[in-house]
Design a protein around this ligand. Structure first.
Ligand code: PEP
Ligand code: MG
Length: 889
């Protein structure tokens, strides 16, 4: 017996199955699957990809067996549909479409309305009661068949159509009536004859084979071959051909068409949502010529039909176990599903649907967790621009999407003004700057959103906004900011202070004016969902690790941030940047005094004033994180960042310190460096000004002792930044231990503590075995590690990095997505060599990558103990970690 190459589907049955993609193509396997699931898809049959391969092997001839199979299946189709191809009373019309195992949208040929001829057009006119519709279908088929199957010049058909329009003096196709369309048909036939040399075939079977061959032939058309090459689609033997009965929603008042979602795609409510139009074709719904009715009104207008549709809705959800987006057509009272697929949805809906489907027993908790992407989860924590309003609002500028969420307000150009406008005038503002610096922190705090024209994903504005959970766009090159004039120019249009803007930090897009924002609400479901993610993460097996649990910590500098993060599920602080504290009002003056001190004595005096203030900050943080580890980093940035550079401020500093203006200027000048990022910063400061680190260690440990005395558990981890040589660490560790011993002695008690280091210089990663002799923990500072591995200044990348990504020199911005190929190697080496020296070495990451999903997965795979990210990204990291576990199981 010859092998089977044609597979029937329809009438609630199918010869194929969902897993026969290779043989039936994606579309064919899908149609078979839907049909056997009881979904009323228009019936038809699929000719296999094997038949396509054989067609090419046999010199574009079909074996007799295939011809026989097709004839049998066609007869079966006609019987099921109760119609015949070419019939003069009630003709069957079919579509002939390609469909390979891999999706190749629009690359191969399609023929619609096949079976049309001089008799069938009369038949269709009769059953539809619509002559014009029938003749229009005929002329469309003539054109498609001529063009696709016989290669007639497309232009010639256009010319023919235009000549009839011109004769009548109209411009639109819609202005042609039945008699005009009859003329078009005659002209099209002539075009066909001129090109092909014979008459257009009236025999539908001849039409069918011509179309099947055309679809097979299109497998090797240059477009399809190029598509496969570009998309690396290999190993396929050919395309299948799907011959399927056409159904029409415009055959009178008992016909119609619509689209629906099995649940609400924006809220996730378990509510059948959709729109339909009676006596219409799909394109009428899409084109918006007529206003569709809400699906619920079908329940009143035609309860029987609605019930059928509603039954299909539950059938589909049970079968696909996900929310479906489907298209349906009712042809003279009979319902057909033309397409169903997993529906697109908002973040809110994704979570609600996943949680509900677990409760309904449709999916498991693990599946629920895989159903929501980190981007979708992120959406529910931030306001977003109302999608309806957004559609019609033009984007005036685009930048890097540094921190998600949307915000609207009046633009201001300085941090002071931001504070003034918000506090004294009760306004909402967006702070717009070329770049931000630590001095802007107050204005950043009160602004709704932060927009800069320069900077990259780890620039000050990006890191701080992310920490605050505020929308931010950086590196928005199109904005020409004139701080002096307080104006902003975008493509020649000038905006001034007080003009209204709306920004979307998730997309990195800026809009003029105020667009409405919406804030998703979702409490119970969210907690339940995240608890499932945590369960997957915390029960994962990681053989070979002393502590197998993969944890999520946060980067937080204040008790307030720490509390936010803890509420979001943070399991400790992975990075507390102490320098941020020095910018607070109670400290900045004394800190500057310390920097410009004449000698060690003067410096120590200033530090002695800072110690209790800094201790107070740490007490707050330890209390907020009671029972959890807190990693506190000693001073890191170059000192010049803290001193004023403007004359007025220098004078003020002179007054408060008693140091002369000239001397101050000399001092500030001496702090100037050409490459401050590679200069006198990090542990280098600790080596040259040991008293600074001593003060900080004293503040940390005396705070720890004080909180412990109150009965709370503290786990301080002192972190030394920017180590490149183990000697730096051994000196600073010894210094710190001396201070710790003194604090313990004075307090008459002790607490557990650790001293460790950041790995953010390539040399530290390469010599991790040496560094781990001293360090009790590592935390990868992948911001600096990326900067130094690539040799890109993290604050200046806006000038070239966007183009690098656009030109695909780099796949991603490496400051946002960890470069696993390059920087990742240093992380792997650091972990491996570090643990060789110290098997129970605790290793984490605190660079911005700690909250980016693909980087979180890398950290999980590489055996890190935790990732640390800004408070608002903690839930994202929890989900990304669960995904990492499931993916690597
Ligand atoms: C880092 O370099 O990755 C890091 C966390 O430190 P900072 O961003 O403060 O330099
Ligand atoms: Mg760093």
């Amino acid at each position: 017996m010859a092998e089977k190459n044609v597979y029937f589907f329809g009438g609630g049955k199918a010869e194929g199955t969902a897993d026969m993609r290779e043989l039936l193509g994606g579309k064919g396997a899908n149609l078979a699957d839907m049909s056997s699931a009881g979904v009323p898809v228009p019936a038809g049959f699929t000719i296999s990809t094997r038949a396509c391969a054989a067609y090419y092997e046999n010199n574009k001839q079909h074996p007799e067996s295939l011809q026989k199979e097709v004839a049998e299946h066609l007869a079966r189709l006609e019987k099921l549909m109760g119609k015949k191809l070419g019939d003069a009373n009630d003709p069957l019309l079919v579509s002939v479409r390609s469909g390979a195992a891999a999706s190749m949208p629009g690359m191969m040929d399609t023929v619609l309305n096949l079976g049309m001829n001089d008799k069938a057009v009369e038949g269709l006119a009769k059953v539809s009661g619509n002559d014009r519709f029938a003749w229009d279908a005929y002329r469309r088929f003539l054109q498609m068949f001529g063009d696709v199957v016989k290669g007639c010049d497309h232009e010639k058909f256009e010319e023919a159509l235009n000549s009839v329009k011109a004769e009548k003096g109209v411009e639109e196709d819609l202005d042609l009536d039945t008699e005009d369309l009859k003329k078009v048909v005659e002209k099209y036939k002539a075009v066909y004859r001129d090109h092909v040399g014979t008459d257009f075939p009236q025999d539908p079977v001849e039409q069918l084979w011509g179309s099947i061959n055309a679809v097979f032939g299109s497998w090797h058309n240059p477009r399809a071959e190029k598509y496969r090459r570009l998309n690396n689609i290999k190993g396929l033997i050919g395309t299948a051909v799907n011959v399927q009965s056409m159904v029409y929603g415009n055959l009178g008042d008992t016909s119609g068409t619509g689209v629906c979602f099995t649940r609400d795609a924006s809220t996730g409510e378990n509510y059948f949502y959709g729109e339909y139009l009676m006596n219409a074709q799909g394109e009428d719904v899409v084109a918006g010529i007529r206003t569709p009715q809400p699906l619920q009104s079908l329940a009143d207008a035609n309860p029987e039909m609605y019930k059928q549709l509603d039954d299909i809705r539950s059938k589909l959800e049970k079968h696909y176990r996900d929310m479906q987006d489907l298209e349906f057509t009712i042809q003279q009272g009979t319902l057909y599903i033309l397409q169903t697929r997993n529906g697109k949805r908002t973040g809110l809906a994704a979570i609600k649907i996943a949680v509900d489907m677990v409760a309904e027993g449709l999916i498991t908790k693990e599946e629920a967790v895989t159903r929501v992407t980190p981007e979708q989860l992120d959406q529910v924590f931030h306001p977003m621009i109302d999608p309806a309003a957004r559609k019609s609002a033009p984007v005036i500028a685009k930048g890097l999407n540094a921190s998600p969420g949307a915000a609207a307000g009046e633009i201001v150009f300085t941090a002071d003004e931001a504070e003034d406008w918000v506090k004294n005038k009760g306004k909402k503002v967006l702070l717009v700057r070329r770049e931000t610096s630590p001095e802007d922190i107050g204005g950043m705090h009160v602004a709704e959103g932060i927009l800069t024209s320069t900077g990259g994903m780890t620039s000050h504005a990006a890191v701080v906004a992310r920490g605050m959970g505020k929308p931010s766009i950086v590196g928005c090159k199109a904005l020409q900011i004139d701080h002096a004039k307080k104006t902003l120019t975008v493509e020649g249009k000038v905006y001034k202070e007080g003009d209204f803007f709306t920004m979307d930090g998730t997309a990195g897009e800026v809009f003029e004016g105020t667009l409405p924002l919406i804030k998703p609400e979702l409490k119970g479901e969210l907690d339940e969902f995240l608890a499932w993610a945590d369960e997957i993460r915390t029960t994962a097996n990681r053989p070979g690790l002393t502590d197998q649990v993969f944890r999520i910590r946060t980067n937080a500098d204040t008790p307030g941030d720490a509390t936010v993060a803890r509420n979001y599920g943070a399991q400790g602080i992975g990075l507390c940047r102490t320098e941020h504290m020095f910018f607070e009002e109670d400290k900045i003056a004394t800190f500057r005094e310390m920097i410009v001190a004449k000698d060690v004595e003067a410096r120590k005096a200033a530090l002695a004033k800072l110690m209790p203030l800094q201790k107070k900050d740490f007490v707050g943080i330890f209390e907020a994180m009671a029972g959890l580890p807190v990693t506190i980093r000693l001073l890191d940035p170059p000192l010049h960042e803290f001193v004023p550079h403007e004359a007025a401020q220098i004078e003020q500093l002179a007054k408060s310190t008693g140091v002369s203006v000239d001397e101050l200027k000399r001092k500030i000048e001496s702090l100037h460096e050409l490459n401050p990022m590679l200069g006198h910063r990090g542990c280098r400061l600790g080596i040259t000004y040991p008293e600074v680190y001593d003060m900080q260690v004293e503040a940390i440990m005396s705070a720890a002792v004080e909180v412990a005395k109150k009965g709370m558990e503290v786990e301080p981890e002192i972190m030394i930044p920017l180590v490149g040589a183990v000697k730096e660490l051994s000196i600073l560790k010894a210094n710190a231990e001396k201070v710790v011993a003194r604090v313990f002695e004075e307090a008459g008690t002790t607490t557990a503590y650790k001293i460790g280091t950041m790995i953010e210089i390539p040399r530290a990663a390469l010599t991790a075995d040496e560094v781990a002799q001293e360090a009790e923990f590592f935390s990868f500072g992948t911001n600096d590690l990326t900067q130094m591995t690539f040799g890109y200044s993290r604050d200046d990348v806006g000038t070239f990095l966007p183009q690098y990504v656009e030109d695909e020199i780099l796949e991603h911005d490496p400051f946002a997505v960890l470069d696993q190929t390059g920087v990742g190697q240093l992380v792997e080496i650091g972990v491996e060599r570090g643990r060789k020296a110290r098997p129970d070495l605790k290793v984490g990451i605190c660079g911005e990558h700690g909250g980016e999903p693909s980087s979180v997965e890398f950290c999980y795979r590489t055996g890190l103990n935790y990732v640390s990210c800004s408070p608002y990204r903690v839930p994202i990291a929890r989900l990304a970690a669960a995904h990492a576990v499931l993916k690597n199981r």
